[in-house]
Design a protein around this ligand. Structure first.
Ligand code: EZ4
Ligand code: CO
Length: 403
């Protein structure tokens, strides 16, 4: 009854590429896991099809932990985004099956709801300060309690986070990476101005966030954090690349602005020092890129010991399947902070019918058994894969930089 009899990878591009794993057991119950790694989708698809699925068929779907350990330890080559995304897809699909068999929403299986809803932040963006503030006003009118502000930088043709489509930001805009130009000195003075204008227009009864997207040095990030302190930001996101976790010590020494990092992390080891030394306030690893519920749960618990709350990544490249699973986790996890929520397009939502809903600035995962997200395979088949890459940044003198 619980034997895994089928596992398949479904690739679909309803506006952007998504990789979904569907696992079916002998009794006919199936579960879905997101396996989307933006710009590297086919690598994960191959990892699953060529290396994981042949070892999955015939296993007992109830043994989530054993299966997780098998694919983690069994690869010998531990960690890395491709491996951990593939493992996450398996893990989430198995939790979906377990919760469906228990006839419970996933959050009940995890330990039950700890709150009535999951506070999310929206992504207000514009080419300049005025346009960004106007967008932020719209988010406030839609009921958002938290808004991330991302504005174009004068003198730079394009910048992370600024989108033509406004509500539906998708950075993977071409088959081969688009080249953008970056200048830290042009960028730095724009952010405090943006926050000053936002406080003046939106007031203080709303949380304001900003994503640096890994483009500052620790010292620069410390300075920006200090400049933003008068405006009480909720957080400064991904201020500096965090391969060198000790860099966050420098930021901490210079500012009380709360720090969030980790959307590119794929393991607890990426965050160990940050958590042990309480160098951050929010951990951004999410279900799909960090080994699924079974592993992110460990990260969240270690974070809790160190006064760090969760603030999961939730951009459009994390499919509704990941969003559904993340929302169940968020509703349960004791040290929840906030959840990123970039809206999917209508095409994406149609391919992935889901139980989660938005109301008054919160998302709720719904009460359907499992994680509450399905896939319409016939519709998915109408959107074939299209190669798409994330952009790269170069400094004004041509040096390749962080995007
Ligand atoms: O650039 O998910 O906080 N959100 C982000 C995202 C990332 C994309 C990369 O695939 O930083 O917009
Ligand atoms: Co980010």
């Amino acid at each position: 009854m619980h034997t895994i009899v089928d596992a398949r990878v479904i690739i679909s591009c309803p506006g952007r590429n998504f990789v979904t794993l569907k696992i079916t057991t002998k009794s006919g119950v199936y579960g879905l896991g997101d396996a989307t790694l933006n710009g590297r989708e086919l690598a994960v698809a191959s990892y699953l099809t060529d290396h994981v699925i042949p070892c999955l068929i015939g296993r007992d779907a109830r043994q989530i932990e054993d299966i997780w350990q098998f694919f983690y330890r069994g690869a010998y080559w531990r960690r890395g985004p491709v491996t951990m995304t593939a493992i996450a897809a398996v893990d989430v699909a198995l939790w979906d099956i377990k919760a469906k068999n228990a006839n419970m929403p996933l959050y009940d299986l995890l330990g039950g709801a700890s709150r009535t809803g999951v506070m999310v932040y929206g992504h207000a963006n514009g080419n300049d300060l005025d346009e960004t503030i106007a967008q932020a006003k719209k988010y406030k009118e839609m009921g958002y309690k938290a808004i991330r502000l991302q504005s174009g930088v004068p003198g730079l043709a394009s910048t992370y986070g600024v989108s033509k489509d406004k509500l539906y930001y998708e950075p993977a805009d071409a088959a081969k990476p688009t080249e953008n130009v970056w200048s830290t000195s042009r960028y730095m003075p724009t952010v405090p101005k943006l926050f000053a204008a936002a406080r003046e227009t939106l007031g203080w009864d709303v949380h304001l966030l900003h994503d640096v997207h890994h483009r500052l040095t620790p010292l620069e990030a410390g300075r920006l954090g200090k400049d933003l302190e008068p405006f009480r930001p909720f957080w400064l996101e991904d201020a500096t690349p965090a391969e060198n976790q000790a860099g966050f010590r420098t930021i901490r020494q210079h500012t009380t602005t709360p720090l969030a990092v980790g959307e590119v992390f794929n393991s607890v080891w990426d965050a160990k020092q940050l958590l042990d030394e309480q160098l951050i306030d929010y951990i951004r690893t999410t279900i799909v890129h960090a080994g699924g519920i079974s592993h992110v749960r460990r990260i969240a618990h270690l974070a809790e010991l160190n006064n760090v709350r969760t603030g999961f990544h939730g951009a459009t490249d994390l499919s509704p399947v990941c969003m559904g699973a993340a929302l169940h986790f968020d509703l349960w996890v004791p040290n929840f902070g906030i959840q990123e929520y970039m809206r999917h397009t209508d095409e994406t939502d149609a391919v992935f019918p889901h139980a989660y809903t938005f109301s008054k600035g919160d998302l709720h995962p719904g009460t359907a058994p499992g994680h509450g997200v399905d896939i319409d395979e016939a519709l998915a088949a109408k959107y074939p894969y299209r190669p798409a890459s994330l952009p790269v940044n170069r400094l004004e003198d041509g040096t390749l930089f962080n995007w």
